[in-house]
Design a protein around this ligand. Structure first.
Ligand code: RFL
Ligand code: PHB
Length: 390
């Protein structure tokens, strides 16, 4: 089989890229190890930057997002038993949209199916060949058959545990990593959110986050030890712990109910450089991970796709490699700024095992400064809403 571009992975980055390429008239095939249902069952991101929304508009996949997404013009920080609001309109005249990654993925999958574009789900043994030539190949197994795709480029959109990054020779890639000594325990429940905007809480007992998916579906997180398992967190313990980390007013407004999903995610900062090896391009989580504190993972995947789609469109329209040559440096410049923001926010909001009274006072001073200084609030808002894709 032959195609112009093989996209490995059907997460948001693979599907977004696939949709843009389809609109540019570039032929691409998507390979995914999991089933469609499994991919749609993963509960992950919830906050979309304006640039991500614009990219989904460009991909023709923003109609439901505009109908159902919740536009948020501020966010709240909770510390010292009080909430402190940062107003996005006042500081940087912008907003974010609350719309689940599951919904983004579902809209993109439907668009791909409607376009009749080719995808293979539940593949295994994916192997990348001849990456150092102009005619790379991807071998895989599907439905009991060994198949092979010949192509011109490969987009590695297969997440942190995928096959693309390990296919790059070790001596070519430089990796940078920070692993945090805690995780996030997340619960999804069909209860109205405690507050109309997101609440990020920094408490002696640890971090907590009140988020949502809609006016009737809440997403909550509490920081937990890495060794914990969800069996040790029955619903009642979760709700009690969440309330104990919030100010009294928000805690009183938490409506509890049975969890419909519960999972623990470790926190990590990671970057692989460069994001390209000859004709293989690493995209999204395949190239970088941020701790979820800054809500940047999905949005970085989207900006990578914007840069790469532009590179492919220039290549196929004008046979110019300029955009593709610029892909890794342009993407990395934005990635590192989001890494900085996410690591900083993580360090300010979480309880660290070795934390003493002095470092706690510094955290509180930082939060106080952040929420009372116009300049600090504006700098936060500028980063949270997303730096420009230039
Ligand atoms: P994905 O979503 O991991 O998709 C990769 C896909 O590749 C498949 N795959 C393979 N396919 C073929 N062959 C192979 N050998 C393969 N190996 C793997 C996988 O099955 C999968 O379907 O990566 P992508 O597309 O780069 O998207 C990245 C985002 O999913 C991720 O950055 C965000 O979810 C991170 N994130 C958040 N990002 C935000 O922007 N805002 C948020 O509010 C936010 N909250 C979060 C988050 C991530 C979380 N977790 C669980 C890590 C909250 C959490 C709790
Ligand atoms: C979420 O709703 O899942 C979410 C929101 C904000 C974050 C992380 C996750 O910073």
């Amino acid at each position: 089989m032959r195609t112009q571009i093989v996209i490995i992975g059907s997460g948001p980055s693979g599907l977004m890229l696939g949709q843009l390429l389809h609109l540019y008239g570039i032929h691409a095939v998507v390979l995914e190890t999991r089933s469609r249902e499994y991919v749609l069952g993963r509960i992950r991101a919830g906050v979309l930057e304006q640039t991500t929304v614009q990219l989904l508009e460009r991909a023709g996949c923003a109609e439901r997002l505009h109908r159902e997404g919740l536009v948020h013009a501020g966010v709240e920080f909770c510390f010292d038993d009080r909430r402190h609001r940062i107003d996005f309109k006042e500081t940087v005249n912008g907003s974010v949209v609350i719309y689940g990654q599951t919904e983004v993925t579902s809209d993109l999958m439907n668009a791909r199916a409607n376009a009749g574009a080719e995808s293979f789900y539940e593949v295994d043994n994916v192997v990348l060949h001849d990456l150092d030539t102009v005619a790379p190949r991807v071998a895989f197994r599907h439905g009991g058959k060994n198949l092979e795709l010949q192509c011109e480029f490969i987009a590695g959109c297969d997440g942190f545990h995928g096959v693309s990054r390990p296919s790059v020779p070790q001596k070519v890639l430089k990796t940078f990593e920070r692993v945090y000594p805690f995780g996030w325990l997340g619960v999804l429940a069909d209860v109205p959110p405690a507050h109309e905007e997101l609440v990020y809480a920094s408490h002696e007992r640890g971090f907590a986050l009140c988020s949502m998916r809609s006016r009737s579906r809440s997403r909550y997180y509490v920081q937990c030890p890495l060794e914990d398992s969800i069996q040790g967190w029955p619903d009642q313990r979760f709700w009690d712990e969440l309330r104990s980390r919030l100010d009294t007013d928000t805690a009183d407004r938490v409506v509890t109910g049975p969890s419909i999903e519960k999972s623990i995610a470790p926190l990590r900062s990671f970057v692989a450089e460069p994001m390209r090896f000859n004709r293989l391009f690493l995209v999204g989580d395949a190239a970088h991970i941020v701790p979820p504190t800054g809500a940047k993972g999905l949005n970085l995947a989207a900006s990578d796709v914007a840069y790469l789609a532009q590179g492919f469109s220039e290549y196929y329209a004008h046979k110019s490699m300029r955009g593709l040559d610029l892909y890794s440096p342009r993407a990395l410049a934005r990635v590192w700024k989001a890494e900085r923001f996410s690591a900083w926010l993580t360090s300010v909001l979480h309880r660290f095992p070795d934390q003493d009274g002095f470092s706690r006072r510094l955290q509180l001073a930082e939060l106080n400064y952040l929420t009372t200084s116009r300049n600090a609030s504006a700098s936060f808002a500028e980063n949270y809403l997303g730096l420009p894709i230039d």
